[in-house]
Write a protein that binds this ligand. Structure first.
Ligand code: UT7
Length: 335
């Protein structure tokens, strides 16, 4: 939607970093009662990446950020602000943004972590945009990075098949308004959804204890069927809304880059806007659900595959724990 702002923000660089180690459906067949066909048909996932134990989210986050900065042609010292959406920070505090700031040498930057679960990247992108549009920052790093394997119960077949580790990052910069950049964003939360998807222990309500560890309360808890219903409605709704309220239709969209949680949720959103497969970015088959890292890493894959050209109309959307959900509309500005 046309809003009067001082400046315009656009993505000028994208990066990603994934651990080498692969966890395939065949590997999971050996540890829980599941099978490759069920996982592929119900989720679209074939394999995911696993970080070595002891690897904090900062490690791949810093690498993804470095690739994004090379792409944008900026130096770490040029960065004003670092925002790290993550549900798996290195530590409860300090923020992973601080750790990455030190690792990459972004000596001038301030920063913070943002907890928006699977919608965290979109929430952070909107924050980066707001800082730039208001004139408070010129160069912002948004780094979605997750070590989901640190909070996944590999004895629970309902959840262990879904998640993977990895990172994706973008550089958001003040740009020439003629180029378009970030045109619009829609963001929502509904705390009534918290009961369906959360981690029970380790926060202030239920601090870690021998009992909470014994009771396996430090893992992802999800009521998948309920989350699925809300995710289809939420993702399809905000995707259609952002396209339509800006006067576009599905045919105008060059690339749709949705959060990668389940291929069937993506297809529902795709159908709602009338998009064909060649307009949709899919990485869930190789990376699984990487929470806040899924959209920025999918952007880097699309860029590497030559699917993103300056001027392209790009739609992003996500749904996650909270519930949180949202979408963004961009004219692609990275070269
Ligand atoms: O990114 C954050 C947001 N999260 C999401 O968007 C996830 C949303 N939810 C989903 O993607 C899906 O609900 C799942 C992929 C988690 C599950 O798929 P589903 O089609 O909703 O399956 P279900 O939970 O309804 O389970 C169907 C059956 C059950 O057996 P019964 O009760 O019908 O006998 C499950 O026990 O499938 C069984 N099942 C499995 N079978 C083989 C559940 N997990 C597995 C498994 N392998 N890994």
């Amino acid at each position: 939607m046309a809003e009067r702002t001082l400046y315009t923000a656009g993505i000028t660089g994208v990066g990603m970093s994934f651990p080498e180690k692969r966890l395939t459906n065949a590997d999971l067949e050996k540890t829980v009662e599941t099978d490759d066909q069920w996982i592929v048909e119900r989720t679209g996932i074939k394999e995911r990446r696993l970080a070595e134990p002891g690897t904090g989210a900062s490690v791949h986050g810093a690498k993804a950020a470095e690739q994004a900065m090379v792409h944008a042609g900026i130096k770490a010292e040029d960065v004003d602000l670092i925002i790290v959406p993550t549900v798996t920070p290195d530590m409860v505090f300090p923020a992973t943004a601080c750790l990455i700031q030190e690792m990459i040498g972004a000596t001038r930057a301030w920063g913070f972590d943002l907890e928006g679960a699977c919608s965290g990247f979109l929430f952070a992108l909107q924050n980066a945009r707001a800082q730039i549009e208001a004139g408070h920052a010129e160069k912002v790093l948004v780094i979605g990075t997750e070590v989901m394997s640190s909070i996944v119960d590999y004895e629970d077949r309902n959840t262990c098949i879904l998640f993977g580790d990895g990172a994706g990052a973008v550089v958001v910069e003040r740009i020439d308004p003629e180029l378009g950049g970030i045109l619009d964003a829609i963001n929502h939360v509904d705390g009534a959804g918290a009961k369906f998807l959360h981690q029970k222990a380790g926060g202030s309500r239920m601090p870690a204890s021998a009992q909470t560890v014994n009771d396996r309360l430090h893992y992802v808890y999800q009521e998948g069927r309920d989350v699925y219903k809300f995710a289809v409605k939420g993702m399809a709704g905000v995707t259609a809304e952002i396209v339509e309220r800006n006067g576009y239709s599905g045919a105008d969209v060059n690339l749709f880059v949705p959060h990668q949680a389940n291929i069937r949720i993506i297809e529902a959103a795709q159908r709602r806007v009338g998009l064909v497969d060649s307009q949709v970015a899919i990485t869930i088959d190789r990376f699984g659900n990487t929470t806040a890292a899924s959209i920025p890493s999918a952007l880097r894959v699309a860029y590497d595959d030559g699917r993103l050209q300056p001027g392209d109309l790009v739609v992003l959307c996500a749904f996650g724990a909270g519930f949180t959900w949202g979408s963004a509309l961009l004219r692609w500005t990275a070269r």
